[in-house]
Design a protein around this ligand. Sequence first.
Ligand SMILES: Nc1ncnc2c1ncn2[C@@H]1O[C@H](COP(=O)(O)OP(=O)(O)OP(=O)(O)O)[C@@H](O)[C@H]1O
Ligand SMILES: [Mg+2]
Length: 322
Amino acid sequence: MSDVMIEARDLTKHYGPVTELKNATFEVNRGEVVGFLGPNGAGKTTTMKILTCFIAPSDGTARVAGADIFEDPIAVREAIGYLPENTPLYSEMLVLEYLEFAGKMRGLSGEALPARIRKVVEETSLGDVIGKSIGELSKGFRQRVGLAQALIHEPPVLILDEPMSGLDPNQASEIRELIREIGRERTIILSTHNLAEVQVTCGRVLIISQGELVADDTPEELAARAGKPRFIATLRRNGHSAAEIRAAFSSIADAGSVAEHDGAGPNELVIEVVPKGSQDLRADIFQAAVSANLVLLGLEQRGENLEDVFRQLTTAGEGVAS
Ligand SMILES: Nc1ncnc2c1ncn2[C@@H]1O[C@H](COP(=O)(O)OP(=O)(O)OP(=O)(O)O)[C@@H](O)[C@H]1O
Ligand SMILES: [Mg+2]
């Protein structure tokens, strides 16, 4: 089988006269965890519903694990574990009952059913709540149940619509860890509004704005678009002149530009180093300060803000009729 697990070609969706998704074309390879990012109403859920065969595109097509959504929707659904946006869990069912139900829906029976349930319960750490009704669970645990049902048939592809929404930071970080773990052997697309989350969880980001894909990059490449990183070092002069200090940083200056300003205190100097590329110069700055017998009072890195890029990409076309 090819390494392309999800292939979307010119996906377009009209709801009535309005085009909500325009020619979305992208690929996701085996083993990738891709973040799907965009403002409310951008078309993330629409794209995910098309890929999972819940709705048909008005135009274009997609293949999942080699199967076409029009020609072989059953194979597509079999290849996918899906966590919908508002996980429709049956609140009166016990967790175990629900997973049995989800497993049977996926064609599991006999010994395979309890074996798979045991495995997903372990993977999603649901052991302690297996006998509770879903309605009693916290949102984080309900989200785990949603993930467990998505994993029950061992799908190679997972499509997760906002898996971390509404979770407190602790639960979000546990679910994030879980997704990373699951993502080792699977192909995952997850949608989110949380940029920090994308930076730690996803190897690639697709940004969608008003139904159009406006970026397809690694988080690092995207962040680099916001401008180069800059390193700001605050030094105690220790009697050194600005020229001496400049000389101390001349080797770093080769790697970029060095500017200086007076610091907050009378004995302080702030230097700003902009690297030629996007290298991390923090260790070099520290070494240069030590070699010149300068005391490094502070060192920070600025720029590389994914949020800025997101805002630029998703507000640029606003108000422009298309
Ligand atoms: N069944 C529907 N009928 C009409 N319009 C719809 C329908 N479903 C979605 N839309 C519209 O399609 C657009 C894209 O919606 P979609 O749910 O895909 O956005 P989203 O990116 O998932 O947003 P969110 O971040 O709020 O979940 C929106 O303008 C929405 O109003
Ligand atoms: Mg949505």
